[in-house]
Design a binder for this molecule. Sequence first.
Ligand code: SF4
Length: 452
Amino acid sequence: MTHAEQPYEYRRRELVEPDWTRFPGWRDATREQWESAQWQRVNCVKNVKQLRAVLGDLVDERFFADLTADQERLATMSMLVPPQMINTMVPDTEPTTDTFYADPIRRYMIPVASDRRADWPSHPYATRDSLHEHDMWVAEGLTHRYPTKVLAELLSTCPQYCGHCTRMDLVGNSTPAIEKLKLTLKPVDRFEAHIDYLRGHPEVRDVVVSGGDVANVPWKNLEAYLMRLLGIETIRDIRLATKALMGLPQHWLQPEVVEGLERVARTARRRGVNLAIHTHVNHVQSLTPLVARATATALEVGVRDVRNQGVLMRGVNATTTDLLDLCFALQGEAGILPYYFYMCDMIPNAEHWRVAVWQAQQLQHDIMGYLPGYATPRIVCDVPFVGKRWVHMVTAYDRERGISYWTKNYRTSIEADDVEALSKQYPYYDPIDGLPEAGRKWWAKQDDAEAA
Ligand code: SF4
């Protein structure tokens, strides 16, 4: 009798810290240095020259020229990559030019010009602030989009900059392609404005404290902000957004931060508030023992849960195996709940990463049934002016032109006077390069008409 294989075979793999001394630039780095948040921050790679110093002769000039071209013409984010993250690229051996090019972490943290699509680098409807968060600010950095929740952007920096950042409008340093929006208030005044708004809006019960990345807020300022939030009786959920739990776990292991987090978690517990950390891991290679240790420490000091919100990207993780390998390592090895995968948002120069809605639906179908139900992530599309929708919630879908239509069941803060808001259908667009020929021709015609 023939034995038919399962589409996915689960095998337990324990986490391993890749050997950082395989990189010429870190041959002499000690464990003590590696585990120091300060050493990691000082040794972040911020430009082509620094990357060359780390990689030495392992990667040839062709790659660096490609990276320079991207930085000069196309990048929407400036470079900032902690050693911790570079060490997860080609983790098992010395990289070569080809393996470095092909690496999934490299593909989104250090994008190069040849990664991007020459035909359609951006979708015609791509925009800088694709989710209109800035339009929905009710105070500087405070987005009130859903009826009961807000997003609080405390600052516009992170310890690492991701090439596909959805907040590319605001986050990070300006690049030749993108002049960034600047926060103008002093942090203390910005925080005050947030607290004032929340005190005056008891219907808001859930605050995502984000940025940027909260790991870049000096701890005492973050603790003061969180304690003030915990002083507002109507706040019942607080979620701290930090990719640094993975990108710079050393930050979350510093004694000052661990002790402070314990004070905040204790206060949250006493007041019956759910305090959680939301992180952003896109590939199984990113999970190392240090990430698991930082997560375990946060849970030990009383944070209720640590959850992952990854981003679904072509060339990085948009296969069933990639998603399940990551989710099993999150759930089984790192203590992080696989919660969401977002479809990559419609920002400029991101078409090579984006996947179509039908592909996301297929992936959602294919990952069902392997993980515990509560740890099976939802793949969501953040539809402009709508918000997060599960990918199967599409109302109508023109596959030829790649336009899906979505509805919603609440008003955002800018729709108070729009009586039609709840009966409208809101469009979302698949990448054009994957459409049937008739669809590609249709978009090319629109583009020509626009240019004429
Ligand atoms: S950590 Fe988050 S906010 Fe910062 S660059 Fe990456 S995606 Fe953007």
